[in-house]
Design a protein around this ligand. Sequence first.
Ligand code: ADP
Length: 378
Amino acid sequence: MTALPVLVLNCGSSSLKYSVYEMRAERVLCSGRIERIGEGGADGGPPDHRSALAQALAAVPDHDAIVAVGHRVVHGGEHFHAATLIDDAALATLEQLDALAPLHNPANRLGIELAREQLPRRPQVAVFDTAFYHSLPAEAREYALPQAWRERGIRRYGFHGTSHRQVSREAASLLGKPLEALDLVTLHLGNGSSATAIRGGVAIDTSMGMTPLEGLVMGTRAGDLDAGVLLYLLRAGVASHELEHTLNHGCGLHGLCGSNDMRAVHALADAGDADAGRALAMYCYRVRKYIGAYLATLGRVDALVFTAGIGEHDARIRARILTGLEGFGIALDAARNAACHGTVGMAIHAASSRVAVLVIPGNEELEIAREVAALIAT
Ligand code: ADP
């Protein structure tokens, strides 16, 4: 077995994404996505996650050759600081974290349990969205809360860490410098959006918090919000489950103008829709605010990095975020920016720019496969 195939699973509440990587050349051997799990109906997906995984494995040629399975797990809490080989004890610890990420972790954990069942004797490795942020210094990690609350694990954990770590590595190779010598601000702008300040390859601050609700304006999440707003709504009789649903699915671009798809938001704004125009302005303004905060946090920055759906493909948003930052040594090359669609890593800054501006295609699955390969090689 020379190809060392690693299966990467991203098991969500109603979907299962899978890809198999051959780790010598870091090539995708096959990949797919199974949707509408458990939704019933004639044209629905498989009845449950167990049959979804069986369906995925049936679509993987020679799945007996898989040497290890990597699982994307959203929340690692205070327990998991790095990719972890999952045994019964680790699984039990993971279960205790369900309350921190009720929308994601239970499904991630189910994926691990089913993969142990259907691919026995293979190492199962959990790769956590939060792990990249275990190094946050206390001043960035903690909320200014009483000790009794902080002792309950209420703190900033950060998310999208696998993505921020992957693009920081690619940025170093694009710039031809060691990651340890670089200070970066990475911007993951997708349906969920987050910003991270990275010093010498180590994350020192990030915009998402104890949950993925904090920080930038997102497709359906508001990002930064005065906690008093929640108290006001609770006092006004909004039920907590409604609050949870709306905070996760009804805010952000969707709440502002009715669509969470940035392409549709542009189309509305171009057609004169004032709500969509304001949504775009708010989206970009928030990103600028975080860039400014992280320039100050880092003191100096070698590069800004854009990734994920909007970051990779949306030249107008990139331009709008960065216009007027010349005073900070950040200048775009308009033509390079307009020509960049995120298919390969590319620099889009002007020759005069002190700070490099890079667009780097995200590949979280490959990063997960790399972490798995590194762990099982030790
Ligand atoms: P997820 O967080 O669900 O993985 P993605 O990283 O795929 O999301 O990003 C989804 C977002 O990217 C959506 O808002 C979508 O409209 C936007 N997007 C994708 N392609 C383009 C494009 N060509 N131009 C502008 N926005 C785009």
